[in-house]
Design a protein. Structure first.
Length: 221
């Protein structure tokens, strides 16, 4: 008698949103994973909900609708709190100092840090978009400890070699590079080919403004 073999499960990703500035990274990640048909499991801290209100006009309910499943940070009995629930791993975007420190130290008093800790013990990929600057020694020690535990600390630093034309371009590049770490090509990254891409007709406004300031104030003619 043949055993029934389970079908290949749909890819699953845990998305954590904490209270650091830069919630646009988490929102764009959720939207992109939905396009890629990756099942998403969202946990947002209370501080993350507050940042959402500060930085966007969206409601928490609307963000939850973007995910396949969502959980309260206090729900430590959720499926994602168990290593037997299989996922590709977790992205915390953005990742606050508090969340980084909790993950680095193994403090699992909330579901976000618990889910990250579970992924790390199961040797699944955990990427932390740590949003803080400048840094003191404690921050740097927490980044080192999280890295030693197996996490990838990924400050969302924009790339300028591909001449981004908007903030959306910068966010997309970062989200695309995060998904690269899970071997997912979302088509968001202009790959480096060994030479700079052709310069667009228009540059990012802030660059144009700075160029004008330099031209007007430079003593060297």
């Amino acid at each position: 008698m043949h055993k029934h073999l389970p079908s290949t499960p749909r890819r699953r990703m845990i998305v954590g949103i904490s209270g650091a500035t830069g919630i646009v990274y988490g929102l764009r990640l959720l939207a992109m994973l939905r396009e890629l048909d990756v099942e998403t499991h969202l946990v947002m801290t209370k501080a993350g909900e507050r940042t959402l209100a500060y930085e966007t006009e969206m409601k928490v309910r609307e963000v939850r609708e973007w995910a396949d499943f969502c959980y309260s940070d206090s729900d430590i009995g959720a499926t994602i709190a168990s290593g037997s629930f299989r996922t590709m791993g977790m992205v915390v975007a953005p990742c606050s100092v508090r969340s980084l420190s909790a993950i680095a130290s193994g403090n699992t008093d909330g579901l976000l840090s618990r889910a990250a800790d579970v992924c790390l013990k199961e040797r699944r990929r955990v990427v932390l978009l740590f949003r803080e600057a400048p840094l003191h020694a404690g921050h740097i020690r927490s980044m080192a400890a999280a890295t030693e535990n197996g996490a990838i600390v990924f400050p969302p630093v924009p790339a300028f070699y591909d001449h981004p034309q908007s903030l959306d371009d910068m966010v997309d590049h970062t989200v695309g590079r995060v998904l690269d770490l899970y071997d997912i090509d979302a088509g968001l990254v202009r790959r480096w080919s060994g030479r700079p891409p052709a310069r667009a007709e228009t540059s990012l406004n802030i660059v144009t403004s700075n160029d004008q300031i330099i031209k007007e104030t430079s003593p060297c003619r």
